[in-house]
Ligand binder design. Structure first.
Ligand code: 6A9
Length: 805
């Protein structure tokens, strides 16, 4: 039998640090989470895995490998990996609460499969859920031999008990209980699928004791155990066995009642289907196989109906394939929402006194006595940029994600935004990249793991709040919402019952409106103090030295800012990592994108303070905003080059422009800080629309073709097309610049053409490659780098709904 110790010795990685069971008392979950956001596919780094939104609880996951040869075992599928080389995978439909449908095409194993998820929320422990895993050969006529491993692991104290019967070897039950989940029973049943002898596939099992908080290493445990047993069979004289004869689980538990980790194995060589049920015994909402089957059908239809109600793409004339693309793109973002819990590494040691040393800085060199520390464990509920390559929370990515999620499910989005602001420390700092716990940390090279308390990212969550404020304003004006997800309390708890509970009657809509307004009051009151602290933290931490170094003509002597954490080649904090900035980082730098962000922030805070009836605060933000708008012109406009530029210092400490045409020079437009009537807008549009500068048939280039650094070095933000910035520009053109004046017609033309180019190319690449991508090649339009990247590239769905001008 396998023990934690045996397994441990087979694992190359270091063991997880601590094994303290988490205290139940520390868990403070809102009523909301209890109801319908408790369980989910909240392990987006896996092809399929579930966990509750609780620290150190029950983790489940699906793995599989090919039995057609002996190498399959070295290529177990579990975490999303680009090297698995799937021709396609991702959620095609996912509503973020109750329902999901994912497609996976595993080329090497000739496997075409789907994973479906259905939740029946309710009760004290988040309710019950079920999953249906189905598949068949990808290429007909070619053999498929695949072994599935499904596991359940406890990250806290407790035991799992397996119940199997000789008579019915295609069903296995797992019994468990815990302070955080109550009593539950899991049922795994093969409905269909044969193996080798044509008989229905049997389920094999193994149970083990693993160290606390290590269920995320299930693949190491599985492979370790299976390979060890295979070696023993060889040692005992087994020769010429088939792969499935070597690579099988032993049908043994460690001992009765002592396992906290259970694996099940099912082998298939033809079309198959199996169900996984998690039935919460303390919940009034139960699940069985019949309910799962029926519920999945109903939920799919509800999803389709709701998607059309919210985005209206069919009505706008998109064809079925284009609508399916939009659904898949949004769904993989929503299905990529995760719950993360654990410690991160923070270095709060003092930096050098700013001054001469700053000229030599790198983010680490600037600290004379580095002191990275493990922080207290914390949780985050967030979407991720990419399930394969960056399956964790990124601050400025998340703001984009919430623009779309907020339209789809307002309350879900508010919950995520709140979770991010809960990560803010007392100074107002939020970690840029959230690497919480051992699992995410195992994927990040050591030099990128440490977070520094003066490193801030663009405050994009405010762009999402801006969308929320628009929805609230619509409500206040008593307009009809597109769709408002009702409070979870009124969600239908039985998926087989009824439609989405979104009101379809006038009275129902009025109720929703009132609820939305009450909710807004409450929500914003709670959030506002944090926003204010964060805003002032940005202003203080990133204050530029205008007084000492700046251009004396500036209207305001204070409104100028610089990104911290610079190196000569990188400004990770800005989000546009290798975009060219001043060659020598210095305290005398002023960054035009940052000033634009802070101006935008001030404006949105003024709006919130207005809603909350805080006139003094409104005045304060408006003063900031006016001064910033003035300084965008006074400090950053270069009249000779007709563009917005950064500022830096030369050898004689004279202030000089640093001008690189590209995304950085577009920020005043992208965030609405240029006057629609001004000549400056005309010049920026010239740059945008010029094919020798930013304009390509696939979207706007990050850096102008004419720039000396275009397409050089790592060429990350030096030319390739990124969808987040294209989206900001597009939306700002529509929201701020389609007004009467000298540029109106051109704004329309640029908007329409840009929008068409982006949608057409992202869709074309999806059809061609099966994925949406992190960025697109400016010369060919081809998808590049990380994929699937349904982070901000999913803004394409909003572009589709925005419509032509
Ligand atoms: C490094 C790699 C297994 C880079 O989308 C997330 C971020 C953006 O916020 C940022 O603007 N991406 C953009 O310039 C990806 C960052 C990935 C850093 C992780 C470790 C681990 O490889």
């Amino acid at each position: 039998t396998m023990t934690g110790d045996d397994l441990d010795s087979q694992i190359v990685l270091g063991m997880p640090s601590s094994s303290t069971p988490s205290a139940g008392a520390a868990i403070n979950i809102t009523e909301e989470a209890r109801q319908s956001l408790w369980w989910g596919t909240y392990r987006p780094n896996l092809y399929f895995g579930t966990r509750p939104r609780l620290p150190d609880s029950l983790m489940t996951g699906l793995m599989w490998f090919g039995l057609q040869d002996y190498d399959g075992i070295d290529n177990i599928r579990h975490g999303c990996e680009e090297r698995d080389g799937f021709e396609k995978y991702g959620w095609l439909k996912h509503d973020g609460r109750q329902y999901g449908l994912q497609e996976i095409k595993d080329t090497r194993n000739n496997l075409d499969m789907t994973t479906q998820f259905l939740k029946v929320p309710g009760g004290e422990f988040g309710g019950s859920w079920g999953a249906k895993i189905s598949g068949k050969p990808l290429r007909e006529g070619e053999p498929m031999m695949v072994s599935f491993l499904y596991y359940v692991g406890l990250d806290h104290e407790g035991n799992l008990r397996v119940e199997s019967s000789k008579e019915n070897a295609n069903t296995i039950k797992i019994h468990g209980s815990g302070f955080d989940l109550g009593q539950y029973e899991m049922d795994i049943t093969v409905n269909r699928g044969s193996f080798i002898d044509g008989k229905t596939s049997k389920i094999r099992f193994a149970g083990a004791r693993i160290p606390a908080k290590s269920a995320w290493r299930a693949k190491d445990y599985a492979r370790g155990k299976i390979v060890q047993d295979a070696n023993e069979k060889r040692a005992q004289g087994m020769e010429d066995g088939m792969p499935h004869e070597y690579f099988e689980l032993p049908n043994k538990m460690l001992s009765e009642d002592a396992s906290n980790f259970v694996m099940l194995q099912m082998n298939f060589d033809s079309e198959f289907q199996f169900d996984i049920l998690f039935d919460s015994k303390d919940s009034p909402q139960r699940i069985d196989r019949e309910k799962l089957a029926v519920g999945l059908v109903t939920a799919e239809k509800d999803f389709d109906d709701r998607f059309e109600r919210v985005f209206g793409l069919q009505a706008k004339g998109y064809n079925a394939k284009e609508v399916a693309f939009a659904k898949a793109t949004m769904s993989n973002l929503v299905g990529g929402i995760g719950y993360f819990y654990g410690s991160s590494i923070v270095d709060k040691s003092p930096t050098y006194e700013e001054g001469e040393n700053e000229h030599l800085e790198g983010p680490v060199a600037r600290r004379p006595n580095p002191n990275p520390q493990m922080s207290e464990p914390a949780s985050l509920f967030s979407a991720v940029p990419s399930r394969s390559f960056f399956p964790r929370g990124f601050y400025w990515d998340e703001g984009f994600h919430q623009n779309l999620i907020g339209v789809w499910d307002n309350d879900l989005s508010l919950e995520i935004i709140k979770s991010w602001y809960d990560r803010q420390d007392e100074d107002g700092w939020i970690q840029r990249e959230q690497i919480l716990g051992d699992e995410p940390r195992s994927r990040v090279p050591a030099e990128f793991q440490i977070q520094y308390p003066e490193h801030g990212n663009p405050p994009t969550l405010v762009t999402a709040l801006c969308g929320y404020l628009d929805r609230v304003a619509d409500a206040a004006a008593n307009k009809v919402f597109g769709v408002v997800q009702p409070d979870v309390g009124v969600m239908p708890t039985d998926p087989t019952a009824a439609k989405t509970a979104t009101a379809t009657t006038a009275a129902g809509r009025r109720d929703e409106t009132n609820r939305m307004l009450d909710r807004a009051n409450e929500y914003l009151s709670e959030l506002y103090p944090k926003l204010r602290t964060n805003y002032f933290w940005m202003r203080n931490t990133m204050q530029g030295g205008i007084r000492e170094f700046g251009r004396m003509s500036a209207r305001s002597r204070t409104e100028g800012y610089r990104w911290r954490g610079r190196t000569p080649s990188h400004t990770l904090t800005s989000g546009l990592d290798d975009y060219p900035r001043a060659a020598v980082p210095s305290v005398g730098e002023l960054h035009v994108d940052l000033l634009s962000w802070i101006g935008f922030y001030a404006k949105q805070l003024a709006r919130i303070a207005e809603l909350m009836d805080l006139p003094d605060d409104v005045d304060e933000y408006e003063d900031h905003y006016d001064a910033i708008k003035g300084n965008i012109d006074d400090l950053h406009w270069n009249e000779e080059k007709k563009m917005f530029c950064d500022l830096s210092l030369d050898e004689n400490s004279e202030s000089v422009y640093v001008c690189h045409k590209g995304y950085i020079s577009l920020f005043p437009l992208a965030l609405g800080l240029i006057d629609p009537q001004s000549d400056k807008l005309g010049h920026v549009l010239d740059m945008i629309h010029n094919p020798d500068e930013l304009w390509s048939p696939y979207g706007l280039r990050s850096l102008s073709k004419q720039d000396e650094f275009f397409a050089t070095g790592e060429n990350y933000w030096k030319g390739p097309i990124w969808i987040n910035l294209n989206f900001l520009v597009l939306r700002s053109l529509k929201a701020n610049y389609m007004v009467e004046g000298p540029h109106q017609e051109r704004v329309k033309t640029v908007y329409n053409e840009l929008r068409d180019n982006l949608i057409r190319n992202i869709y074309k690449e999806y059809e061609r490659t099966g994925y949406v991508w992190e960025q697109y090649d400016e010369a060919s339009g081809e998808g590049r780098r990380s994929h699937p990247f349904t982070g901000w590239t999913s803004m394409v769905v909003l572009m589709m709904t925005m419509g032509r001008a």
